[in-house]
Design a binder for this molecule. Structure first.
Ligand SMILES: [Zn+2]
Length: 321
């Protein structure tokens, strides 16, 4: 059996039959029945006729919907698969079907069972955030839908917009990002210099030399542009190289009691004369670079993961009322 598709017109038709509206842009059905705000959407893209029905209401006399209430609702609407309540949010699911007329009847039956149940028990529609019994609208944030009064909806949407990373990196962010990278590089350099360079410890200091610049750079600068990314890579490459060599110079200074200048000169001339163990030197440097790449890449991914989410914020039906 091929994948089933229900088009906008068919959803619109169903919404109309239930006395509700279809929001074509956001692909959900919304509206009010007997004063209760309703939102209906297909639970799953693979099952376009299996619906989730939500509302927001509480009763001062009766407990929220639990197992007993769920069973009562199921006895009145056999095509109901589950009914739960979290605070004021009530969520019902319908059985899956492949027949559009059956789906329409199923949901109609669930809706009338739900509404008469809420009326019998004095459920009052309310805002999910402040709990006031006022007119609500539906705010979609990501995959979550909430029935909110206009002030709560505005407040929550505004705070989400504010925290959402902007699409383009500003020049101010570039400077902050590079500054953060340099700061991280200094920490990485200190690590590389002071940490003794045995084969296994070089892995640790290399990891740090990659992790610090990448994570501090992205945290301070936000979403990095291409130039910032290249700068981070160049800074990490230099940090590892300079830090790695500084570690040897420091060893000369402490072991042979030399000044920085003399130690550096001795080290460089030793290297140029080919008197050092170049095989070990190259091997350790390679290990440091691999560790730095692992640390830098993984911390870059984790620090920038928040930028990759496409987060949807929508007021359902607001402009179609
Ligand atoms: Zn509110």
């Amino acid at each position: 059996m091929g994948r089933m598709r229900i088009n906008d017109e068919q959803y619109q038709h169903m919404a109309y039959a239930w006395g509700l509206n279809y929001d074509m842009e956001n692909k959900v059905i919304y509206g009010e029945r007997s004063g209760y705000p309703l939102l209906i959407y297909a639970s799953n893209a693979l099952a376009p006729l299996m619906f989730t029905i939500t509302t927001s209401a509480v009763s001062t006399f009766y407990p929220p919907i639990g197992n007993v209430e769920e069973n009562l609702l199921k006895s009145r609407a056999p095509m109901l698969t589950s009914a739960v309540q979290r605070n004021s949010r009530i969520i019902l699911s319908s059985k899956n079907t492949f027949d559009i007329n059956e789906a329409q009847k199923n949901v109609a039956c669930i809706l009338s069972a739900l509404i008469s149940f809420m009326q019998e028990r004095g459920f009052m529609p309310c805002c999910e955030s402040c709990g006031y019994s006022v007119h609500t609208e539906i705010l979609q944030t990501g995959h979550e839908y909430r029935h909110l009064c206009p002030p709560c909806g505005e407040r929550i949407a505004a705070s989400i917009w504010q925290n959402m990373p902007s699409g383009k990196a500003s020049s101010n962010n570039v400077i902050k990002g590079i500054l953060g990278t340099v700061l991280g590089a200094i920490l990485g350099f200190i690590f590389m210099t002071l940490f003794p360079s045995y084969t296994y410890t070089i892995l640790v200091s290399g990891l740090m030399a990659g992790t610090f610049p990448a994570s501090i750079g992205v945290c301070m600068g936000g979403r990095p542009c291409k130039a910032t990314k290249i700068t981070i890579v160049v800074i990490v490459v230099l940090t590892v190289f300079v830090g790695y060599n500084a570690n040897y110079v420091l060893a000369f200074m402490t072991e042979r009691n030399m000044s920085v200048g003399v130690a550096a000169k001795t080290y460089i001339s030793l290297m140029l004369a080919g008197m050092a163990n170049m095989k070990l030197w190259t091997w350790r440097l390679t290990a440091a670079y691999i560790a730095a790449a692992v640390g830098g890449f993984s911390s870059y991914l984790s620090a920038s993961s928040k930028f990759n989410k496409t987060y949807k914020v929508a007021h359902i039906g607001r402009y179609r009322r």
